[in-house]
Design a protein around this ligand. Sequence first.
Ligand SMILES: [Zn+2]
Length: 362
Amino acid sequence: MLGNLLRSDHFPRWLVASALDVLVTDASESLSELSGGQFELTHDDGEFLVVDHADADSHRPVKTLSGGETFQASLALALDPDREVEPRAATLFVDGVRRIDARVWVDEPADDTMASPALCASYAAGAVCCCAGEGVHLLAFDVRRGLFTTATHAVDIPTTVGTYGVSRAKLRPNTAPIQAWSLALQARLGDTEINTAVTARAALDGHVGSEGGDLLVIDGPLRGRQHLPRALGYIKSHRSGYLPTHLNRLVASLSPGQRTPIFLLGSSWDRYTWYLRLPCLPGAPRAGIVRLECSATLKSADAIRMAWLSQATLCRYASTEYKVTRAPQNLYPIAGLERQLRRRLGDATLLYRGLRRAGTHH
Ligand SMILES: [Zn+2]
């Protein structure tokens, strides 16, 4: 039975079915409101059905509805912002940047003709707060330097401009060392972002009304940080198509400000997700489209509230630089934060000289 479920052709089908449950709940609420309580939405075997309360709760496939009804049903799937939902008193944006400063060699202690390659990198995480009182302001940041290596005997490299602490990367079978370093660097940066988010929230104390009156927006997937309360992952790239074809068409048809219903996305980890079109110039079918994530441990009603909140909040911060309509959407608080963090990484030439003086060779 289990083997049958896990067979590649059954697995995605199960995912789509459970995803549809949540999606239909979100869309159904909206359709019920639009139709004055007459219609609700459900699904059976991948097909959308309308429940007609004015006709003895009959179930009809969406495609058999009249033009006007179909219009309502499709409206229910492309959700306009809810005017009653207000952004939180403070919205925190968290992001990180990284840079490779030098490739170095770590000498073998027993044999000075042998050395293993390693990577010196700088990375930084930061959080900005957007609030009525102070506008956009930097709340917390953390700049670090690391020596990423698989060599067990490597030691920290102190330089005149900062110490590169050893970060051991695990060598995996069939993986080049450069990939192992890159993964280790990404993991360290991820940890630093989480710490920075926690620090930033502590620093909010007092300047934003009640505790819990904030929203945390993390640039990138929420993976590994689902435990942070009131957190959204903000994803600009669309490498994987998670949706069945008819829902992909829905995403392409969203107007600026509209979002899809939420759905549960399961891969190696679970989360609720939805697509949102930010205000943008008309252009490519995916112009302005971003994907949001929130924790799968939320009740679906709370996840739906997060989706409404994302619409009310993020559209305010959409970048107005539309030079390339196909460019991924960067929110302007995040773009500003990235610029500040890159400056704080320090001058690359100085760091490189510092490393050379510290006696590492390249
Ligand atoms: Zn603030």
